[in-house]
Design a protein around this ligand. Structure first.
Ligand code: SPQ
Length: 429
């Protein structure tokens, strides 16, 4: 896709959008489908680059996976059918694939090397390597396994009790997945609730799993049974249009069939807190996840403070929330979000750079940012940092900017939202 030029657009947004499937749930559907016995049919799968990395990893380990658009059929034959891959596994830009697969591969009786692109190679992996080593995993890699490439000699793992030092669903999930193959029980306790799609899906696939507050326990010797998965629309993708409708005067946009899992709906709470006009309808539970339609109408917004337990519930939405805050009256403070520094890029630095370039009043802090609104944004040339969420945030900024916004390279958007520009076009009346 390369460089994209977005003309200023100052008219109301109207219409309905059905965002693609949730990235986190899509990854997990392939993982559990591949470990299970039986055929798992996945519908509304996210046909994005990151999720293809997970599919390709299991194909390389001998699993038959058919894909027809967003419908996937995984012919699971159980853990014992997985084979040593002939070549190193390439995980591209996908942190979720890497961290969850490290948990699985550690317990498989073969040798595997995994690597990724430049961004992924700079993201910390010791957060999963260290706990997995405590479970007896044999892992080595660059900087003693802090970074990719990483090689694993699969071994018999032992269960453990582990308190998560970081607020990370990926680390939690990696340990729980390793626990499926470990001797005895594995318990993970988190300080703050992070997304629980792994736990929900393990329950659906018949794993021996129990939850007690912020602790989750799995036992080894699990046999998973195939279970069909309908993937909810991704609230992290919907967030871009929820914010667009809230900040562009006279707009009304409905996002259909969006995942409303409570561990992910911080963006809705923040919009409501700021004074946005939001309605949620048609709620139902599908494949163990709540979904519904969200309608947002533009309204006057006020700055808020976002911190503590709220942060994991909206961690990926912070770039677009920062844009939202430039259009709200007064100060918005975001703190306790130091995890943003180790995403596809340092998202605190990237957001501050992009929104400052566009004339926003924003300052980065060690663990977040402070934004003062309301500002009229100018145009300008901005960097995407090869980060899908930064590129989409810049594109949405063009809806309220005075001049052209030029994004240096928007190709990363295909990671999580390949139809983003079509959907944006569809609500421009
Ligand atoms: O897969 P990746 O690159 O880590 O994806 C991101 C994203 O913005 O899409 C983070 F950069 O989402 C993570 C999220 O931040 C997906 C995820 C998951 O599926 O478990 C959990 C979160 O990461 P973490 O490190 O907090 O566990």
């Amino acid at each position: 896709m390369g460089e994209v030029i977005l003309r200023p657009y100052q008219h109301a947004l109207m219409g309905e959008i059905e965002v693609p499937g949730d990235k986190s749930v899509s990854h997990r559907s392939i993982i559990l489908g591949s470990l299970a016995n039986g055929v798992t049919k996945v519908t509304n799968f996210l046909d994005g680059e990151d999720c293809m990395r997970t599919i390709n990893a299991f194909r390389a380990m001998g699993v038959t996976i058919h894909k027809e658009g967003s419908t996937i059929t995984v012919d699971g034959k159980g853990v014992s059918s997985l084979k040593e891959p002939m070549e190193p596994l390439y995980f591209g830009n996908s942190g979720t694939t890497t961290r969850l697969m490290l948990g699985i591969i550690s317990g498989l009786d073969f040798f595997t090397t995994v690597y990724g692109d430049e961004s992924l190679s700079n993201r910390p992996m010791d957060r999963v390597v260290q706990p997995l080593r405590k479970m007896n995993a044999s892992i080595d890699g660059r900087s003693d396994g802090k970074y990719l490439p990483i090689s694993i000699r699969g071994k018999k793992l032992t269960g453990m009790d582990y308190s998560l030092p970081v607020k990370s669903a990926q680390v939690k999930s990696a340990i729980l997945l390793a626990g499926l193959f470990a001797e005895g029980e594995t318990t993970v306790t988190e300080k703050t609730q992070t997304r629980d799609h792994t736990e929900n899906m393990l329950e659906a696939f018949g794993a021996d799993i129990s939850r007690n507050g912020l602790s989750t326990t799995v036992t080894g010797k699990n046999t998973l049974s195939a279970s069909n998965v309908h993937v909810p629309g991704d609230i992290s993708s919907a967030a871009f249009f929820l914010v667009a409708a809230a900040i562009v005067p006279d707009s009304k946009v409905t996002l259909k069939n969006v995942g409303l899992n409570e561990t992910r709906t911080g963006i809705i709470d923040v919009l409501l807190d700021m004074g946005a006009n939001i309605k949620i309808e048609n709620q139902q539970t599908v494949s163990g996840e709540l979904i519904g339609d969200i309608t947002v109408c533009s309204s006057d917004l006020n700055g808020v403070t976002i911190e503590g337990d709220m942060i994991p519930r909206l961690i990926d939405e912070i770039p677009i929330i920062a844009l939202l805050a430039t259009q709200a009256n007064g100060k918005t403070i975001i703190r306790d979000a130091e995890e943003l520094r180790v995403k596809e890029t340092d998202r605190i630095a990237a957001v501050v750079d992009v929104l400052s370039t566009l004339g926003g009043d924003i300052k980065g802090t060690d663990d977040g940012m402070i934004i003062v609104g309301k500002t009229t944004l100018s145009g300008g040339k901005v960097a995407s940092y090869n980060d899908h969420r930064i590129a989409m945030m810049s594109a949405i900024a063009s809806l309220v900017a005075k001049d052209d916004i030029v994004i240096d390279d928007a190709s990363s958007i295909s990671i999580s939202y390949p139809t983003f520009f079509e959907h944006l076009q569809s609500i421009i009346s």
